[in-house]
Design a protein around this ligand. Structure first.
Ligand code: KG4
Ligand code: ZN
Length: 341
């Protein structure tokens, strides 16, 4: 049996897991930093990297304890070294390299976005490739043609903000806490999604597989505060029904954009499977809407359980695919913070 320790520090989650070549999870731990970033309404990169430094070794220890394994009993260590926040990526990479050096283990580099799609493979227990991949997270909103777990062709992405980022910023305008996605989803349960007429950017352009959420964010701001600058603390004075109705209207607008372009990507391709990953895929109304679209259009939908949508190290099991073909890295491996298109 092959056993790999996978590490994830691309953003604000410090996570580790031990996975096998049968895609079994022997142990997994996620240490969230949400409370550290709460008062800033978003991830502060410097705080994130410092918190990774404090948490990475205890998280690895706890994971190995759960798996009842010693480092010397592993076959490799995998690290998500791209894309993500530079400082955060470096902490995980340095930890992985050091442990590989000390324990003479091979090092495997993992693409965090490919890992998000691979979560569908792990959760379903089925070979989900080839498929169209939709990644909707705090940093990314992209569509890919996924020929195989390690071979993705970009089809399009956001031309400005990521969907999760828009959730986080709109939550902040509404006086809701970080992370904004779950807070907006909860507030929206009491809201009317038709009260505010918000735009669905690019939805009518059937030639583009792209998203745009920046204008939608601005539309929310103008609707709430007019075109002037909102006064300090203005969000706190919003009526609770306004918050609920705006949360519901905004959420519905994002869902419409995501579902529309994912369905268009499937229609334009010769694939009949859609795999969705990333934190926004944890949104219940989105999950219901994309399932309805799949049933309607006759494509197969794979979407992981919530714990495998938000950042985790279990999805780093994609490293098994590289292990099988001996795709190991030298200790010169570097980070790649940006999206490679
Ligand atoms: O994939 P992820 O954990 O980290 C990145 O790689 O970015 O995604 C985090 C994003 C945050 O923007 C958060 O607000 C959003 O996912 N999110 C949600 C929900 N849960 C997390 N967005 C909408 N609804 C949710 N239930
Ligand atoms: Zn992610």
């Amino acid at each position: 049996m092959i056993r790999i320790l996978t590490l994830e520090t691309t953003c604000d989650e410090t996570a580790a897991a031990v996975v096998t070549d049968k895609l079994e999870v022997l142990g997994a731990v996620v240490a969230s930093q949400a409370e550290l970033h709460l008062r800033f309404g978003g991830v502060v990169p410097e705080i994130a990297s410092r918190a990774h430094v404090e948490r990475i070794l205890p998280v690895i220890d706890q994971t190995l304890e759960k798996a009842n394994l010693k480092l010397s009993e592993l076959d490799a260590i995998a690290i998500a070294n791209r894309p993500g926040l530079a400082g955060s990526l470096l902490v995980g990479l340095m930890a992985a390299k050091t442990l590989c050096l000390v324990h003479d283990l091979p090092l495997i580099g993992v693409d965090h976005l490919q890992a998000h799609i691979y979560a569908c493979r792990i959760a379903s227990g089925q070979d989900v490739f080839p498929c169209i991949g939709l990644i909707v997270s705090g940093g990314h909103s992209n569509l890919y043609r996924c020929q195989s777990p390690l071979d993705f062709t970009p089809l399009g992405g956001t031309i400005d903000d990521a969907a999760g980022e828009a959730f986080d910023k709109v939550a902040s305008m509404l006086g809701l806490p970080y992370p904004g996605g779950p807070a907006i989803q909860k507030a929206a349960e009491q809201g009317d999604p038709t009260r505010y007429k918000l735009p669905r950017p690019l939805v009518n352009d059937k030639t583009r597989l792209e998203f745009s959420f920046s204008g939608l964010k601005t539309a929310v701001r103008y609707e709430l505060f007019g075109t002037g600058r909102p006064a300090m603390g203005q969000a706190a004075n919003l009526d609770s029904q306004v918050v609920a109705d705006m949360a519901a209207s905004f959420q519905q607008a994002v869902i419409d954009c995501l579902v529309n372009k994912a369905a268009l990507a499937i229609r334009q391709s010769d694939f009949s499977r859609l795999c969705v990953g990333g934190g926004v895929a944890a949104n219940t109304p989105f999950r219901n809407a994309i399932q309805r679209q799949a049933d309607n259009d006759g494509f197969e939908l794979f979407i992981p359980p919530l714990s495998l949508c938000t950042d985790n190290a279990v999805m780093g099991a994609i490293a098994i695919e590289r292990y099988r073909v001996s795709q190991f890295e030298s200790l010169d491996l570097d980070i790649s913070p940006g999206l490679v298109r």
